[in-house]
Design a protein around this ligand. Structure first.
Ligand code: SAM
Length: 294
């Protein structure tokens, strides 16, 4: 029998199961997720009423317990105690993958510390769904979760984003999206291409792609903005390549060692990161420069 069929036939092993649930379209639940949710002793839910709708839809009768940001610490202790006695506990969030901008990682860490097996049950996730259909590079990306609600702090985060060609992914609420677009326009300029993914996997799924100024104007003109957003932007790596650094790597490393009291290794790591190149590439270039000077 193939390995996955054998697993299906076995009773669920004791342990903690982090189960992804749909982000809109109920078809986006896996067969394995349904089996785990059906067979677990208990499902810890971010919102029991929300999850109950999903469980009712699939006729799953497993008991639920609340597990959210306000009771995460005491509930973790309680659930770990049950897991130590051989329980099978599933953790779900309201939508998507637990632990991604949602509760889940604290109990996973506690279970690992207690020697309890932790099983990921993969499935829907808004960030990755948006990324793969964005048309932006998915070779290197950073997921930042939500930007700060306050404009000043938001701009500071935006100003410090790397501009080395990687794709940045954010979650954003509908009532903040216009303000955030205004901040991106100021920080990156009106022509910065961005992608907005709204209502992913739902009936009114929408992808908006274009310069930030255009999408800002487009959303500002809407009477109401509904739905959940993923925002992606990829500052052009060409900027870095088009404006070659005036300083050599050796000079930048020396300046950092002096001004910030860094070791050569740490300074080189920083320079590599800022230039968007690997540490070994930066090291080889440093050696070449030093050899030229000898
Ligand atoms: N754990 C979830 C995941 O795996 O994607 C994310 C939970 S986070 C609290 C909720 C945010 O995810 C929303 O504010 C929105 O930015 C994004 N999101 C969730 N569902 C979405 C959807 N269907 N379309 C677009 N964005 C969504």
């Amino acid at each position: 029998m193939p390995e996955d069929r054998q697993a299906e036939a076995q009773p669920l092993a004791p342990g903690l199961y982090l189960v992804a649930t749909p982000i809109g379209n109920l078809e986006d639940i896996t067969l394995r997720a349904l089996r785990v949710l059906t067979s677990a002793d208990r499902i810890a839910c971010e919102d029991t009423r929300q999850t109950q709708k999903l469980l009712n839809h699939f006729a799953i009768r497993t008991p639920t317990v609340s597990y959210h940001m306000h009771n995460e610490a005491p509930r973790t202790v309680e659930l770990i105690e049950q897991l130590k006695h051989g329980a099978r506990i599933a953790v779900v969030s309201d939508a998507g993958t637990p632990g991604i901008a949602d509760p889940g990682s604290q109990i996973a860490a506690a279970a690992i510390a207690a020697g309890i097996p932790v099983y990921p049950i993969p499935g829907a996730n808004a960030a990755l769904s948006a990324l793969i259909a964005s048309g932006l590079s998915s070779e290197r990306f950073t997921f930042h979760g939500f930007l700060p609600a306050k404009e000043g702090q938001r701009r500071t985060v935006l100003e410090h984003l790397s501009r080395t060609g990687e794709t940045h992914i954010f979650y954003e609420a509908p009532h903040r999206i216009v303000g955030t677009l205004a901040d991106i326009e100021v920080t990156f300029g009106p022509d910065q291409p961005i992608v907005l993914a709204r209502e992913l996997t739902k009936l009114h799924e929408e992808f908006l792609r274009g310069p930030v100024s255009e999408l800002h104007a487009q959303l500002s003109a809407r009477q109401s903005i509904r739905g959940e957003f993923v925002l992606l932007l990829a500052p052009a790596a060409a900027d870095a390549a088009a404006s070659p650094r005036s300083q050599s790597i050796a000079a930048e490393v020396a300046a950092l060692m002096q001004s910030e009291n860094l070791t050569e290794k740490d300074a080189l790591k920083r320079v590599a990161r800022e230039r968007g190149i690997g540490k070994s590439e930066a090291y080889r270039e440093l050696q070449r420069e030093q050899n030229r000077l000898r």
